[in-house]
Design a protein around this ligand. Structure first.
Ligand code: CU
Length: 153
C-alpha cells in the first residue's frame, strides 16, 4: 500500500504532499527523508562493487528507500559531478559528456546530474522514484574510478 501510494505520488509530484517534514530542493522534489552522499576524491578511497571499482563518494554504495531523496554534497576542495550512467556495470571508458557539468534531472530513474559542484556546494535533491540500482560517476575524474552506486528499494 505504501509503495502504491509512493508511485502515485511520483506521477503527480507537484500536487503530492507526503507526510512528515518536507524538504524542498532546488529541483522541486518534496521528500521526507534525504540521504546525503558526501563527495571527495581524496577522502573516500577505492572500493570494489558488483558494478566495478568505485571511489570518491561516501557511501560509495548507498542503500535508499523509494520515496526518499538523494543529495550530493562536495566536501572536497576541488570540483566534481555526480552524473548518472546507464547500464549495470561501469563502462571501461567514460560515458559522460560535457553536459554532465550542467544540473539536470529530478529523479533517479530518468537520469540526473548534479552539474559541476564547486567545493562546498550541494546538488539538488533527486527523488528516488523507482526501485533499482543506479550508477553514477564524476565527469572530471571518471578515469580515476570516481564512481558510485545507489541501490533503491
Ligand atoms: Cu571528481
Amino acid at each position: 500500500m505504501k509503495i502504491a501510494r509512493t508511485l502515485a505520488c511520483s506521477m503527480v509530484l507537484a500536487a503530492c504532499t507526503p507526510n512528515g517534514v518536507l524538504v524542498t530542493s532546488g529541483g522541486g522534489s518534496n521528500v521526507s527523508t534525504v540521504t546525503r552522499i558526501n563527495v571527495s576524491i581524496s577522502a573516500f578511497g577505492q572500493t570494489s562493487t558488483p558494478a566495478g571499482l568505485a571511489l570518491g563518494f561516501s557511501p560509495e554504495v548507498a542503500n535508499v528507500t523509494v520515496g526518499s531523496g538523494v543529495q550530493f554534497v562536495n566536501v572536497d576542495n576541488t570540483s566534481h559531478t555526480a552524473t548518472s550512467i546507464s547500464g549495470t556495470s561501469f563502462p571501461a571508458t567514460s560515458p559522460l559528456t560535457f553536459a554532465a557539468t550542467t544540473t539536470s534531472g529530478s529523479a533517479l530513474s530518468t537520469g540526473f546530474s548534479s552539474g559541476t559542484l564547486q567545493a562546498g556546494a550541494s546538488s539538488p535533491v533527486f527523488l528516488v522514484d523507482k526501485p533499482g540500482t543506479y550508477l553514477y560517476g564524476c565527469f572530471f575524474h571518471y578515469s580515476g574510478t570516481m564512481r558510485g552506486e545507489i541501490v533503491a528499494q
